[in-house]
Unconditional design. Sequence first.
Length: 367
Amino acid sequence: MDDVVIVGGGIIGASTAYFLSNVGRKVKVIEKDPTYKRASFPLSLGGFRRQFFQKENILLGKFAREFLLKLPEELKTKKNPNPTASMVPNGYLLLFGADHAEEQYRALENHAACGAGTKNIKGSELPNIFPYVNNEGIETATYTDTKIEGWIDPYLLHNALKNKAIELGAEFIKGEIKSLKDLNANIIVSAAGCWTNELLNDIPVFPQKHTVFRVKCPKHIPEMPLTGDLTTGVYWRPEGKEYLAGSPISKWDCDDLEPEWNDFEELVWPGLAKRIPAFEELKLTGGWAGYYDTNKLDNNAIVGKHPAYKNVYLATGFTGRGLMQSPGIGRALTELITTGSYQTIDLNCFGIERILNKKERVEPYVL
């Protein structure tokens, strides 16, 4: 019998494998596609933030940044003595219209309680700090400085976690699990992401397709933060000499990952040009699509022990936040599995019972 089997070797599976291996558990990770070409994490913008509504998500974001700072020491191996996630610490800027302002003011109370370091900026003051931004229709904005938030290279973080887990004794193998009943292990962790519902049909997590566009603009603003405009749903960041921009529209039941090219002309370009006048001169140079492992109940994580099984744990439904929450989730699951309770961040609010009882706990802003 295996000690711990993790189904899914993406960013959540790799993080959980590392933390469990680090406390001496014997871990086997089963991944159906070791190229990860359809996994969620490599097809994201790589954002790392702590700007959320709920305290638990804020604290997970804080720990992720602390982990990245320690990553070179924590995840170094004989094969790679200098691991990195290549974080670009340009910060995060979120823009809110009048319809979301009051909600964000309440969120800022949670930010303050958690020591998130978030700054509130009145819409009228926005051009004084970001002169390239058109503040029309912006009631308020929140921003964290360049030491706290930004974006990383998802592949580098995944490789560092996986390689360290392997050095500590974890085994990563290729295989496809059709049923958890096929596994013989003391502990089973489902980190199957978008395909969770195929293994556990009472968990409403499904693949949701999102498109990202690559664009070029004559005006290059390398210091621009990763920006999310909640008035349009469009979000963007610099990428080398170009920019990446995400569509506000997502689609269900899509087997293909062909980008939704029409979204660029109809939604993304108008949204970008409205907020950043220099983006009027954009040229589309490419794009891709990827899946969010979306929790259809409330867009929030599902983490914990499944009450219908004696040895099955879940970590899924992150709805675009899996990469940025992976360090905290790996640590939390390890605490729960090894001690029976959470020792650092209490994530009982993300438990499976709320899903089975259909009790929503909505995290408002999905970007």
